[in-house]
Design a protein around this ligand. Structure first.
Ligand code: CKP
Ligand code: MG
Length: 312
């Protein structure tokens, strides 16, 4: 395995029209979840990935499993829960510039994930453990699973990569800040968005945000700046990487997960850090031009073609 992650994946109901969700009659269903989005992105690029989770023993759970399997993600350690349902969420395209999400995931199968679901031998077969800040927000057993997986990862020399993925609708601000900082302290690499950095430290600039994370002991920090690109800082090396132009954003959700896939692929290929960040920016720019979180994720040929023909 190259990368293993744990988290919740849901069925997404994507609206066919703009405006309040209550007026939307037609939706198409898709599969989405921050961690599995990244794993699918990596799998499309040719890497070995594994997803640890729970889904309900229901139709939505079956849909998620067949999608992940179809995309080449290993699901051998996913538990099918007889009692709790698979979570789902709906998107609202409020207007041209604003997309909202509504979750139906309380007491979902994935929220009952527990430490015992993390198989040590399986996890230790990977090079990277990928965590996002959504999982510890789901329940106390999910919180424990995150720290347990980090403990195993450290014991076996895996690098821990963390995307804070702040979701204010899932938990209170104080608890979120405290937990995200605690996970960050355990991470080798962190991929915050600029607004997450501001939320955690009240700092404004990418340089200040990086410095705060370094003080917590994080070796490599990449601050995502949306269409502007990213700023990274690692062991004395730091630089801005310009974003790739996007003519029309069709669906901004999932950009961060695509970024993580591109960046991790660079680490797995041992390319210089700035090249890895460029890959992240490129995939972020590609996925927002396609409806859905995973549908726009490129294979390696498409990624290289995009990077060679579109000048950032
Ligand atoms: O930060 P991103 O827009 O890249 O993440 C989107 C994902 O897991 C989306 O797939 C959704 O299911 C979620 O984040 C979530 O739980 O909010
Ligand atoms: Mg994100």
């Amino acid at each position: 395995m190259d990368v293993i992650s744990l988290g919740e994946t849901m069925v997404l109901f994507n609206p066919h029209s703009t405006g309040k969700m209550r007026y939307c009659q037609d939706f198409s269903t898709k599969v989405a979840g921050a961690e599995s989005n990244t794993l699918i992105g990596l799998s499309k690029l040719g890497y070995q990935t594994g997803w640890i989770s729970r889904v309900g023993k229901d139709e939505l759970g079956a849909r998620i499993l067949s999608t992940l399997k179809g995309e080449g993600v290993d699901v051998s350690f996913v538990i099918r829960d007889e009692e709790s349902p698979t979570g789902l969420f709906l998107k609202e395209k409020t207007n041209e510039r604003q997309t909202k999400v509504f979750y139906y995931r309380k007491e979902s199968a994935a929220s009952f994930m527990s430490e015992g679901d993390i198989n040590e031998e399986y996890l230790s077969s990977a090079k990277y453990l990928y965590i996002t800040g959504i999982t510890p927000a789901l329940s106390s057993s999910c919180y424990d699973s995150v720290f347990h997986s980090i403990k195993i990862a450290k014991k076996h020399g895996l690098k821990v990569v963390f995307d804070p993925n702040l979701r204010k609708t899932l938990w209170g601000e104080h608890e979120a800040r405290e937990t995200l900082i605690d996970v960050a302290k355990e991470a080798d690499i962190i991929l915050p968005g600029i607004s997450e950095g501001e939320f955690l430290f009240g700092e404004q600039t990418p340089e200040e945000i990086c410095s705060q994370f370094h003080q917590l002991g994080v070796e490599t920090v990449v601050v995502k700046l949306g269409e502007k690109g990213a700023y990274y800082s690692s062991e004395g090396e730091a630089s801005y990487i310009e974003g790739y132009p996007v003519h029309k954003v069709v669906d901004p959700i999932g950009a961060g997960d695509g970024f993580a896939a591109g960046f991790l692929s660079g680490l797995l290929d041992h390319v210089p850090l700035q090249e890895a960040v460029k890959r992240g920016c490129a995939i972020g720019a590609i996925v927002v031009t396609v409806e859905g979180d995973i549908e726009g994720l490129p294979d390696k040929e498409e990624l290289y073609h995009f990077m060679n023909t579109i000048t950032s």
